[in-house]
Design a binder for this molecule. Structure first.
Ligand code: SF4
Length: 457
């Protein structure tokens, strides 16, 4: 390898335990903790975590109580699709100014809720707390309670001040709200609907939840409620009337599944619809749960048909990508695990894997899946990502909106796995889309003109 032309990065000692190399010195990766103070990491804030999960509730007013900047997390960068209301595509903010910060923003919040209720007549208003609200101490609970009584609708505070933890704390705040919405409105539990499931952790990006719904319908299983893709105030209330919860995004939804198991005796299982291998395995697992021979037969027929349709595309991608190396930096550990398998499916070695909110058990699985020498890191900063991608000779980075410029500045290909993408990456259609996207970015002629660097090996 050529000598690195970049100046040596300053190492942050406190970060040492959050980085490991497979086959190197055996150590427990530090994860699920606060970011190191003073080290600007790629991790999003609590409010962002809550907004990602809740924003797809289509008929809610999503009101951000804070300065206008926080409201930049809008539908535009969360491309979940709807079959009903489009109210969620609006981004509302109280736009707190200096004067509100000095004298408090409660009055402004109350009048913003009144104005929005008068204009949109919603059944549900979600009020997101942001950093500054936590600092000035506005009583969100009291303002929401009073507004709910005034208008006779649900007005729910989302306790998501950015600084009170990390993105995972935002997931917890969102799950608290979703559990509250799922509680049956009557004293009696709702009767369980046969052969139905709730699908947790799919935000219907580019209609992905609809694709999975069709697969399951073919097997004989109906989706009761999706959390939260294409959901509404009314659909969420039916959540307890089902036999099984399946979780795609484990990072954000495991807490909700655990709570629903405790309160409504609904068992849960993790699934993944990323890549052919995981899709087939997940469909088989779901069908097996119902112990119905017909379902098993339907599942095998569906898998055989879809694999026959797309298998050759994946096989030819494998030939094309031989020798290429990928780096992964995504939100949750479960997604990272699926992506490692999906890259393996198309013949690409993963040389670096990082996540924003991965848990210990997920990092253990990652450690088992990757090859010797792969760097695994939790809550990374841009300088670490640059260092390891360069050292490991990655040709491609898969990540979210914050990682794209980093990849392009390094002159390597980039795959968008964030909420703003407009094409599905789930199921068999998604497996093909993923392979094609890798091809179009990796094989783009632009890299010929990018400045040569050591990472081009
Ligand atoms: S809540 Fe705080 S950290 Fe999050 S976007 Fe707003 S100001 Fe930034």
């Amino acid at each position: 390898m050529k000598e690195d032309f970049r100046p040596q990065q300053d190492e942050i000692k406190e970060r040492r335990d959050s980085i490991s190399v497979k086959g190197g010195q055996k150590k427990q990766l530090k994860c699920d903790t606060h970011s190191v103070s003073g080290c600007v990491s790629q991790r999003a804030c609590v409010y962002c975590g809550a907004r990602v999960v809740l924003n797809p509730v289509t008929d809610a007013v999503h009101l951000v109580h804070g300065p206008i900047g926080c409201a930049s997390y809008t539908w535009d960068i969360r491309g979940s699709l709807t079959s009903g209301s489009s109210l969620y595509r609006n981004s509302f903010s109280t736009d707190l100014q200096e004067e509100d910060i000095i004298f408090g923003g409660e009055k402004k919040l109350a009048s913003a809720i009144d104005e929005l209720v008068a204009k949109h007549n919603p059944k549900l208003v979600l009020v997101y707390s942001t950093c500054i609200v936590g600092v000035i101490g506005d009583d969100l609970d009291a303002v929401c309670k009073a507004a709910a009584a005034r208008h006779g609708i649900e007005v729910i505070p989302v306790q998501s001040s950015g600084f009170i933890g990390n993105k995972a704390a935002g997931y917890r705040a969102a799950c608290d709200v979703l559990l509250r919405l799922s509680l049956p409105q009557t004293a009696n539990p709702l009767p369980k609907q046969q052969y139905t499931i709730n699908y947790l952790g799919d935000f219907n990006l580019a209609g992905e939840a609809w694709m999975i719904k069709n697969y399951l319908a073919e097997i004989g299983i109906k989706i009761n409620v999706v959390f939260t893709g294409d959901s509404s105030y009314e659909t969420l209330q039916k959540a307890s009337a089902t036999s099984l919860n399946i979780i795609q995004c484990a990072g954000s939804m495991t807490i909700l599944a655990e709570q629903m198991e405790k309160r409504f005796q609904i068992p849960y299982m993790n699934v993944s619809f990323l890549g052919m291998e995981d899709t087939a395995e997940s469909l088989r697992k779901i069908a097996a749960f119902f112990e119905n021979k017909e379902f098993n037969k339907n599942t095998e027929r569906l898998i055989a048909r879809e694999e026959a349709k797309v298998g050759h595309v994946i096989e030819s991608a494998k030939q094309l990508f031989a020798g290429k190396k990928a780096a992964i930096y995504v939100g949750g550990g479960f997604k990272a695990i699926s992506l490692i398998k999906q890259f393996r499916e198309i013949g690409i070695d993963v040389v670096m894997v990082g996540t924003q909110t991965g848990r210990k058990d997920e990092y253990d699985t990652i450690g088992e899946l990757v090859n010797e020498g792969t760097v695994v890191l939790d809550d990374a900063n841009p300088s670490e990502l640059e260092k390891f991608m360069t050292e490991k000779g990655a040709h491609l980075l898969v990540g979210g909106v914050k990682e794209r410029p980093l990849a392009y500045k390094l002159g390597i290909a980039f795959i968008d796995h964030n909420h703003d993408r407009k094409h599905p990456l789930s199921g068999y259609t998604g497996a093909v889309n993923f392979a094609r996207e890798v091809e179009s970015t990796l094989c783009s002629p632009v890299w010929k003109y990018a400045k040569e660097g050591p990472h081009h090996g």
